[in-house]
Design a protein. Structure first.
Length: 401
């Protein structure tokens, strides 16, 4: 067996490459200016921004799926209205951007009734089916590139993905790879894209479609009914009320987050829901408040076996900085201390409603320096929210300039 000389092999390869480049019919030297050094990327300011805090990353492709008829178009329109008017969405901050909803499905009567009950929807652009929005598998899809360039950094909502490319097999990678390539182009020229999509009837926690759809999306949102926020268990039609989990599912290149909403049949829109795990959270708060500082192992031991350890850990992590603070203790263990709200903590949704005053502008809200509540001569602060309880309180808000 001949001895293998790596150095000689590399030299020969380099020599052959130089000869190839020097030939008249050979390759031209590669323009290295097309490449970006890692040092340049790491030194740049490329922090992610969210059009809806924690829920919708800007300049991304988001697949948003829910069961047909569950209200995904309604809640997507509510989200769009909040973004276009720079108002909170379910209590989450938004960034103002132009919004276009490309609606391939809904009749005008349905759309009109929906918009009448959603504040701020008047500033949304709609490209309706009657005005021939382009199919994404046809050459006219490039009209969307012109639209993105005209509006500058818009949010584009496609309702729905399957209707935007009719005639294709939603399960076929061959059919949908070119479609996803076109959508990636829209993202790369500055847009944020939401693809509304369906689920199979037997499982509302999964989407229908080829793997290329999943692979090319940056962020995946799902909305489905739950009994508790930490299980995938679906509620049935026999349940009195449905609480929906709206949040990331399986994949995100940004961060994972979820909120809980329910449909208000009187208002005909979705509204924030109380956390189905509130009783468990209250109990965790009491354990921390009564034993602070207390580490996670002792919290779980004190709680007992009523709930799974995994669920309790998720609730502890989810409420860090909201209901309790965490410091590093002995042996790098987490030590928990409660955030003191009042003598009658912990707080449940029935006892304490935290919100920003709807009547204040963003600038005015930022100028609320402190909110103080006095009860039985005990004083605590919580800024910048206004706190309301069933007990009689004295609310003192410092002067708003």
């Amino acid at each position: 067996m001949e001895n293998f000389d790596l150095g000689e092999t590399l030299y020969s390869d380099e020599k052959a490459t130089r000869e190839l480049l020097n030939r008249k019919d050979g390759l031209q030297p590669f323009d290295l200016s097309r490449l970006t050094l890692g040092s340049e990327i790491s030194a740049g300011d490329y922090s992610a921004t969210f059009l809806v805090d924690k829920i919708l990353p800007e300049n991304s492709i988001t697949l948003f799926y829910a069961r047909g008829g569950s209200g995904k178009s309604t809640i997507a329109t509510q989200m769009a209205s909040a973004i276009v008017s720079s108002k909170p969405f379910m209590g989450l901050d938004t960034i103002k951007r132009p919004v276009v909803i490309i609606d391939y499905e809904n009749p005008l009567a349905v759309l009109s009734n929906r918009l009448k009950v959603i504040d701020g929807s008047g500033e949304i652009y709609f490209w309706l089916g009657g005005n021939n929005p382009p199919q994404l598998n046809k050459s006219k899809w490039k009209e969307l590139k012109t639209l993105v360039a005209t509006l500058v950094n818009p949010l584009i909502i496609i309702d729905t993905l399957s209707s935007s490319c009719s005639g294709l097999d939603i399960l076929s990678n061959g059919d949908f790879s070119p479609i996803m390539h076109n959508i990636v182009e829209l993202r790369n020229i500055g847009s944020t894209v939401i693809l509304l999509h369906h689920t199979p009837k037997q499982d509302e926690t999964k989407y229908i479609g080829a793997s290329t759809i999943y692979n090319n999306c940056d962020h995946i949102l799902a909305m489905y009914p739950v009994k508790t926020p930490d299980t995938q268990k679906e509620m049935t039609d026999e349940d009195d009320a449905k609480i929906y989990r709206l949040g990331t599912k399986d994949k995100s290149r940004f961060e994972h987050y979820a909120i809980y909403v329910e449909f208000d049949y009187d208002k005909k829109i979705f509204v924030p829901s109380s956390d189905p795990d509130q009783e468990v959270i209250d109990r965790l708060y009491r354990i921390i408040a009564d034993n602070a500082p207390i580490n996670q192992r002792d919290i779980l031991k004190e709680f007992g076996s009523d709930e799974s350890r995994g669920k309790l850990k998720r609730l502890l992590n989810r409420n860090e900085g909201r209901l309790w603070n965490v410091t590093k203790g002995e042996h790098n263990a987490k030590d928990y201390r409660p955030i003191q709200f009042s003598s009658f903590s912990p707080i449940s949704n029935e006892q304490l409603n935290i919100r920003k005053p709807d009547i204040l502008s963003d600038r005015e809200t930022d100028q609320i320096n402190n909110v103080q509540i006095t009860e039985n001569n005990e004083l605590f602060s919580y800024s910048p929210a206004v706190l309301q309880t069933e007990k009689q309180t004295i609310i003192q808000v410092e002067e708003i300039l």
